[in-house]
Design a protein around this ligand. Sequence first.
Ligand code: GRF
Length: 211
Amino acid sequence: MKNIVIFISGRGSNMQAVVQANIPGVRVAAVLSDNPDAAGLQWAAAQGIPTFARRTGDFASRADFHRAMLEVAEQYRPDLVLLAGYLKILPGEFCAHYQGRLINIHPSLLPAFPGLHTHQRAIDEGCRLAGCTVHFVTAELDCGPIIAQGAVPVYDSDTADTLAARVLKIEHQLLPQAVADFAAGNLSIRGKRVHNRRTAGEAGQNGAYGK
Ligand code: GRF
């Protein structure tokens, strides 16, 4: 059984998608947050999943905060740490500790639009496609080897909210699939590229296409 610890900051719909996928061989051991008011924490607790939350402001520094979070995460002996809508930037030592077993979902087609406000930026740039990326985390923000990407069209009538909703549907497919692939040992990192044993016969397609 692979233990997963999931970090969230808010709603937690991606975390819910992973839990509800009931992935064989995977146990969501705990949900941690930098926001005690995160709605996703209540949902997780109602499923009987242990939760833990602290604010960064309760610590002398952001590094101290993440040291404390790492200590809590370690209690669950995670095989995988998942950042599912976690909004804090992780210090290098945290990324190094979980190297190769730290996965993030980002709401853009990386390397386009790292950081925040990705949907508005895609609209402002006139992109015809937008999407999301599931990737291994390295110390550099929203970089790291890409596991899977999903694309959706951008319509002329889109607002950041309508586009976000379209992308989110794809996120909810890609993230549980990436976790399942990780747990099954299908993923190996080769430089910048992630090889997926499951899709290797399909010319390495690890994508989703929404409408
Ligand atoms: C998602 O779009 C995720 O990609 C981004 O923040 C959003 C979080 O949504 N990082 P949720 O908390 O999973 O519902």
